[in-house]
Ligand binder design. Structure first.
Ligand code: ANZ
Ligand code: ZN
Length: 851
């Protein structure tokens, strides 16, 4: 046999598999189904190591499940709308569609080099009209259900990307998830999806997702942010109107010393007295552009101002001032809060800074009433009239009951989750299929006119309104309802909408009449295993859950949740060099290694080195294509799977890659040597020799361990170790003529097939097999083979170990004692002495106490 030529055999098998339709999803089959899915990539043009890791993990699972006898759906597609295409158009004059499809072609070729068992017949690209036609159709389902609406709101504006963003797309520092720009606030009329209608379900159903990482479930629960509390009304002096507040601490209502409205609150101008008007207006102007994050940050000073208006505490009748302040958000709760500085941290700071009184109404067990900071824990109610002495937890209910009786309040549940802002003022996205008519209002584009396609004769400047808004011939249409002149909506949808349903489309990807057929989608859903990055813990995963529930309520699918199991893979990190003085990253080519130190080749300065997520700016990336060229896909796959458990970060290490290449070469030689030496006919012996028995045990131990690793938490790293152990066992016991050796070689190859599919297939054929190894059955454990028939027994004389003997594994206590007594070791050490006692530990040792 020739030497192992990775790239050559990989190309050959990839072509053969394609031709024989190996990866085509079985349609009509009684086999149980398994849906294995990777988060689809954005077609940036080049595959990076993060992609490679993601897709290799899913591929091993898909291949394993096929060998186990499942019919597997393992599709791939492209999350193809989005700003980079538009930026390429602005910078390089390439139309977004052309740029995107070029990238798709290039990346598809790269993916195919990895030997992924993907059914390319089901490929989708979200930017193609035969996909976004159904995105628009689904949008109209939301619209029809009253779940898509327009409203004017203070929204997040990304000044770099020149578009609005959803709350989920602004990070905890108030920066855009994409451009990194500090987000601004703007008052704009925008499209929203009513995700808040599903807040309770999205929260409760998290309990069903036992196959998800706990961390992701917790992050979603926090984002949805359920608060249980009360709604209380504070009358305004000299007005019929009341200020409604939402509070999670009704038990502190006797400690209210002021009320605060969000500056944007409609009552603000009404409560403002004429002498305060100028100041209040100036203040509102000042904070209009401030981002939500800055407004609510605990560490920033809270700014507020008195309106001159006075409210009454409904419980005490006390008069309290009405203020406006930046830390009260108009979009949360009722947009107004009751200020309890003694028991709320933000209120405490605000009261100190603005000279407002602080009144203690909850005390700890110590009875301490002097405060240096807010006392926010539960305690006993004081200064609270008939509620004095109650514990604050009971106090909450008591206060709510009282307010309900008196008619100025009630219990209320509040979610932090807000409706999903989905309109974008950009070109390269799915057009929102509605028409604005002066007489009919907002009219959906009739189904027969879908898709509303993106025009191609557009100009990109990156400034001002969306390019679509400037295209008169596209914008001006006649109203589908009355026929009068009307205008198209020019906003496009957030690309997260495209990815909120692609997993449904894969189940019936080529359907031209509907988004997906009911029996097909119900047959394949849910996704049994979803694999992707943890950066989507909230965004994509929350949106997809929401979409699934709405689509279910429209009768289009029968599942409650889209993804049964979720694996969030760790990052791929590269060795990074950094100059500690300048903070600059240095490319590896510019680093010299001497005496355990790394120095900058040009300046001679000593560099720090560490592992960090691969990125262009840190010069620590490893190009997957270079690795594939040098070693082949099988080695790259083995390295990725072996080096770290899938959910942990993985440190790229060239020596480790080399190690896996050597391992595959060892397997290659093992099989080659077997082929050269195997007899023409294998005879089945009457009984197996000890060596054969040991080898069989090694074979079935490998089956058992690898099956468990692949079934359970996908511990691919330990599975690869087991493959290595089995190959060592085959190297140690070269009983080529034995049927056990044949079993060993074949088992090794089948167990290896999900990990290194090409070499396994090549060697399988070298053995003389004709069918594909990927169509074989996953081997079963023979429990008998695992049995050990001899064990090593330790012999001790008065507690001192003197030697060991081999004994039958099934010997009982008295047989063990006899065997030990008769052994040469015992005879030698006991000679002439009397055995006072024999202690037998079955399976381990016999200890003779001699006197
Ligand atoms: C009085 C009070 C007393 C409060 C106390 C807390 C502690 P979560 O858990 O986030 O729901 N709040 C209500 N609406 C607000 C808004 N629009 N902007 C800013 N803050 C708002 O927190 C609810 C609490 O946040 C409410 O309970 C209210 O302050 C404040 F010892 O009411 B609390
Ligand atoms: Zn009309």
């Amino acid at each position: 046999m020739e030497q192992y030529q990775a790239t050559e055999i990989e190309r050959k098998w990839q072509k053969t598999w394609r031709e024989m339709g190996l990866d085509t999803t079985p349609e009509n089959s009684d086999k149980p189904k398994f849906y294995a899915l990777s988060m689809f990539p954005y077609p940036s043009g080049n595959l990076h190591m993060g992609h490679v890791r993601n897709y290799v993990i899913t591929d091993v699972i898909a291949r394993f499940k096929r060998l186990q006898g499942y019919r597997v759906l393992h599709p791939m597609g492209w999350d193809a709308f989005g700003l980079p295409a538009e930026n390429a158009a602005i910078e390089r004059g390439i139309p977004p569609a052309k740029w995107t499809y070029q990238n798709i072609a290039q990346m598809k070729g790269q993916l195919q080099q990895l030997g992924l068992s993907i059914d390319w017949d089901r490929e989708v690209a979200t930017c193609s009209p035969d996909y976004y036609r159904w995105t628009q159709w689904l949008f109209l389902q939301f619209f029809d259900a009253g779940l898509a609406y327009q409203k004017e709101a203070a929204v997040n504006w990304d000044p770099i990307d020149q578009t609005v963003l959803a709350n989920e797309q602004v990070d905890s520092e108030g920066k855009s998830w994409r451009s990194g720009a500090k987000v601004e606030r703007k008052l704009l009329r925008q499209w929203f999806l009513k995700i808040t209608d599903y807040a309770e379900q999205l929260l409760n159903d998290l309990d069903k997702l036992t196959g998800w990482p706990e961390k992701v479930r917790r992050m979603q629960a926090n984002w949805i942010g359920k608060s249980i509390g009360a709604y209380l009304e504070f009358p305004i002096v000299g007005s019929e109107e009341k200020i409604a507040v939402f509070t999670t601490r009704p038990d502190t209502v006797y400690g209210v010393t002021y009320v605060v409205l969000a500056p944007e609150h409609p009552l603000t101008p009404k409560v403002t007295t004429s002498d305060r008007k100028a100041d209040v207006e100036a203040f509102i102007q000042e904070i209009a552009a401030e981002s939500e994050v800055d407004r609510t940050a605990e560490d920033k000073p809270k700014r507020g101002i008195k309106t001159g208006g006075i409210a009454l505490n409904p419980f005490t009748g006390e008069e309290i001032p009405i203020l406006i302040a930046d830390y009260v958000l108009y979009e949360y709760g009722t947009g107004a809060v009751m200020g309890v500085p003694a028991h709320d941290t933000r209120d405490f700071k605000f009261a100190r800074e603005n000279n407002l009184p602080i009144k203690v109404v909850i005390v700890p067990e110590s009875g301490e009433t002097e405060l240096t900071e807010a006392y926010t824990d539960p305690g006993t109610m004081i200064n609270s009239a008939q509620f004095n002495g109650l514990h604050s937890v009971e106090g909450k209910t008591a206060i709510i009951d009282h307010a309900t009786e008196q008619g100025y309040g009630r219990a209320r549940i509040q979610y932090r989750l807000r409706d999903w802002l989905i309109s974008r003022q950009r070109y390269w996205g799915c057009p929102i299929p509605v028409i604005h008519c002066p007489s009919c209002g907002t009219v959906p584009v009739p189904e027969k006119d879908l898709p509303v396609t993106l025009p191609e004769d557009v100009e990109f400047s990156g400034r001002g309104a969306s390019p679509l808004a400037k295209l008169d011939h596209w914008v001006n249409v006649s109203c589908p309802s009355c026929g009068e002149p009307a205008k198209r909506e020019t906003d496009t949808m957030d690309t997260f909408i495209d990815s909120s349903w692609y997993f449904l489309r894969y189940t019936d990807a080529r359907n031209e009449n509907i988004p997906f057929q009911l029996d097909k989608v119900n047959d394949w859903m849910t996704v049994d295993q979803y694999v992707g990055g943890v950066e989507h813990a909230i965004l994509h995963l929350l949106y997809s859950r929401f979409f699934t529930k709405v689509v279910r309520d429209r009768g289009l699918v029968s599942v409650d949740e889209p993804f049964t199991r979720l694996l969030t893979q760790g990052m791929v990190q590269g060795l990074t060099y950094k100059n500690p003085k300048t903070g600059k990253y240095v490319p590896a080519d510019n680093v010299v290694h001497e005496n355990d130190r790394y120095r900058d080749r040009d300046t001679g300065e000593v560099l720090e080195f560490f592992f960090e997520k691969m990125s262009k700016s840190k010069y620590n990336g490893v190009d997957p294509l270079k690795v594939l060229d040098k070693y082949g896909a099988d080695t790259a796959r083995m390295f990725i799977l072996f080096t770290a458990p899938p959910e942990k970060d993985l440190q790229w290490d060239d020596a480790g890659v080399d190690g896996q290449f050597r391992f595959l070469n060892r397997v290659w030689r093992l099989v080659a040597e077997y082929i050269e030496n195997k007899p023409a006919k294998v005879k089945t012996p009457e009984t197996l020799s000890k060596g054969e028995k040991d080898l069989r045990r090694a074979i079935h131990t490998a089956i058992k361990e690898i099956s468990a690793d692949l079934e359970g938490d996908y511990q691919f790293n330990t599975a690869v170790s087991e493959l290595m152990k089995l190959s060592n066992a085959l190297g140690d016991e070269k009983c080529f003529a034995s049927p056990v050796y044949k079993e060993g070689i074949e088992t090794l190859l089948i167990l290896l097939a999900p990990f290194a599919p090409h070499i396994a297939e090549e060697l399988w054929h070298e053995l003389g097999n004709t069918g594909s190894i990927h169509l074989q059955s996953w081997p079963k454990v023979d429990a008998k083979a695992l049995e050990v028939d001899e064990i090593t027994l330790v012999i001790q004389i008065s507690g001192k170990t003197r030697g060991t003997i081999q004994v039958p594994a099934n010997a009982d206590k008295s047989q063990l004692e006899t065997l030990a007594r008769e052994s040469e070791i015992a005879k030698r050490y006991i000679e002439g002495k009397e055995i006072k006692k024999a202690i037998v530990v079955p399976g381990k040792l016999v200890n003779f106490v001699v006197g």
